[in-house]
Each structure stands twice: as C-alpha cells, then as structure tokens.
Design a protein around this ligand. Structure first.
Ligand code: SF4
Ligand code: SF4
Length: 309
C-alpha cells in the first residue's frame, strides 16, 4: 500500500527522487482528467487531515465536525507521536470516498486536503533536524510513482508555479503552527508519556473547533489564562482566528510555551501551594523534580518494553 502522509517517512522510499528541489527548480508534470491514471492515486492511501483540512471539508459538506469525523474519518496516531489524529476513511474497495467518478475526479476538489495538494511535490520542512537557534533547511522533493502518468505530460513548471496553482501557500500558513507542535512532540520520542487528558485536549482542538470554542468560553479556561479582549472578540465568531489561537493554546498547555500566559494571581496561588506542599513534605523543588524524572523514566522503560514485545 502506498502511504501519502504530510510528514514524510522515516526512510527515504524509492519513489522519492533523490534530488533537492528549490522553488525555482523545474518539473515536467500535469494532472488532468485526460490522463489514463486519473484518480488512481486516490486509493490505497493514508491521508492525514490537518485541523484546517477538517474545517474546510466539513464546511464544504455542510456538516458539524462530529458528524464529519464519524462519517468520513478514522482515528490514527500522528506519525511517531502519541497525538491522536484522523485520516480519511476509505471505502471497502480502498478508494477515497470523495472520488465522484473516474472522469469527474474529486467532488471536493477546491477544498481537497493538504496532502492531496502537495502531491507529487513534498516539502522537507520546518524544524525537523534543525539545531537550536538555527533556521531549518527547507527544500522540496518529488514523489514519482510508477502508475503516475502525469510526468509524461508536456507541461513545465517551476516548483513555485506548481505550488501557486495548487493553493499550497495558504495551506502552509494554516497548517504551520499545528505541524510545528506535532514535530516538537515527535522530537520528544518516548521520553515522556502524554496524559489521557492532554491527548483529549489535543484531539478536540485539532478536530472540532465548535467544541474548542465552548471549552474556551464556557469552562474555567478564562479564569486561568490571560486572554486580551481583542483576541476574545476575534475568536468568538471567526473560525480561522480560533484555529490559529488553538495552536497557541495547545503549545502552551502541552509544552509550557508563553503563547498564552497563566493569570498572575493564578500563578501566584500555584507557587504558594507548591511552597506549602514543600513545607509539609519537607522536599525541595530539586527533590520533587528528581522524583518526577524517575516516574517519567519508568514510563519510558515501559513504553520501550511494549515496543519491543
Ligand atoms: S480528497 Fe479528492 S483529491 Fe484527495 S484523495 Fe480524495 S478524491 Fe483524491
Ligand atoms: S496518478 Fe498522477 S497523473 Fe494520475 S491522477 Fe494521480 S497525480 Fe494525476
């Protein structure tokens, strides 16, 4: 089975041409209903949906997030992480449910997922492999599969032109914050296990913006976190603003970034309670940290053992 994922693969598969492309590199390629392989690449694939993909698709199909997820997706773990995500649920024949017909192609074409837009030009991207404080190297690669006749067509583009045509830049902008979170988690490996609560939070924010909006406005979130009025006004009704805000919330809650700050009085109360606990137990912060570290190591050993069984 071919795997088309947003995040590349551990090993370089043989269908990726061993060439680094830049935005000005040329490719000869065209995909259109006249090619004999039309829609062949829309089967036996694993298409991971980003939060923006889900938002666009469910709006296109006029469905609530929960209904869309139930009908058109199935659960997965995002590559090499314990983050729960979704892929498009294929038909029993292993085909994408959005294929209208062999001649008409994709029924959600203008809202097709990011993975479908990138194909066959992938980007090795963001921070993967980058050293602290250094910018990540960005380059492009081309996936050339034997069944794809698009490379035999007489159309030349630069990678830049191809990306413009596919509307990839907007997708990059919308997906970037989320993909950075996934990459960051991936780089942690098995050092720490994510709690079930954190997993649920990540899944909810990534797949169901209506539920995430309720979480922000109807839970104790705003009692704990400092969010200015201007931001609140923006995210109340605007899904795109809420989507971008959700990346900040996830990063803050899971990695302790300062994108969203805890209210000073809540922070002060927390510090006080830690101090009090310290006085009661007689343990210093360092001792507590060491104990936490031992617990994390136990989880790590368990995860490794489970992996090798
Ligand atoms: S969403 Fe459209 S382009 Fe993507 S695999 Fe399905 S039918 Fe093909
Ligand atoms: S296999 Fe290639 S040419 Fe054929 S439909 Fe897919 S992308 Fe287009």
């Amino acid at each position: 089975m071919n795997e088309k994922t947003l995040f590349g693969k551990e090993k370089n598969p043989s269908n990726i041409l061993p060439t680094k492309y830049t935005l000005d590199s040329n490719i000869k390629f065209r995909c259109h209903p006249g090619v004999s392989c039309f829609t062949e690449c829309c089967g036996n694939i694993k298409i991971v949906l980003t939060p923006y993909d889900i938002l666009q698709l469910r709006k296109r199909l006029e469905m609530e997030a929960a209904e869309f997820l139930h009908v058109y997706t199935e659960p997965t773990y995002l590559e090499k992480t314990d983050f729960p995500g979704v892929t498009i649920k294929l038909t029993e024949e292993g085909r994408c449910p959005f294929i209208k017909s062999k001649t008409e192609g994709c029924m959600v074409y203008s809202d097709r997922p990011s993975a479908c837009r990138y194909y066959p030009v992938g980007m090795a991207n963001f921070h993967e492999g980058a050293q602290e404080g250094q910018g990540a190297e960005e380059f492009y690669f081309v996936v050339k599969e034997p069944h794809c006749k698009g490379f035999e067509e007489d159309k030349n583009w630069t990678i830049r032109e191809w990306r413009q045509d596919q509307g990839v830049d907007l997708r990059d902008t919308m997906n970037k914050g989320w993909m950075e979170i996934v990459m960051r988690r991936k780089s942690f490996g098995f050092q720490a296990t994510l709690s079930e609560q954190a997993k649920r939070m990540f899944f909810m924010a990534s797949t169901d913006l209506d539920q995430f909006r309720s979480f922000i406005f109807d839970s104790s979130f705003l009692k704990t976190y400092d969010v200015d009025q201007e931001t609140l006004a923006k995210i109340k009704d605007d899904d795109i603003e809420l989507l971008l805000f959700s990346y900040k919330v996830i990063a803050s809650m899971l990695f302790g970034t300062e994108d969203i700050k805890v209210k000073p009085d809540v922070l002060k109360a927390k510090v006080e309670s830690i101090k009090q606990e310290q006085n009661e137990t007689g343990k210093t912060m360092e001792q507590r940290a060491e104990e936490d570290f031992k617990e994390i190591k136990k989880d790590w050993v368990k995860a490794k053992e489970a992996q090798s069984n």
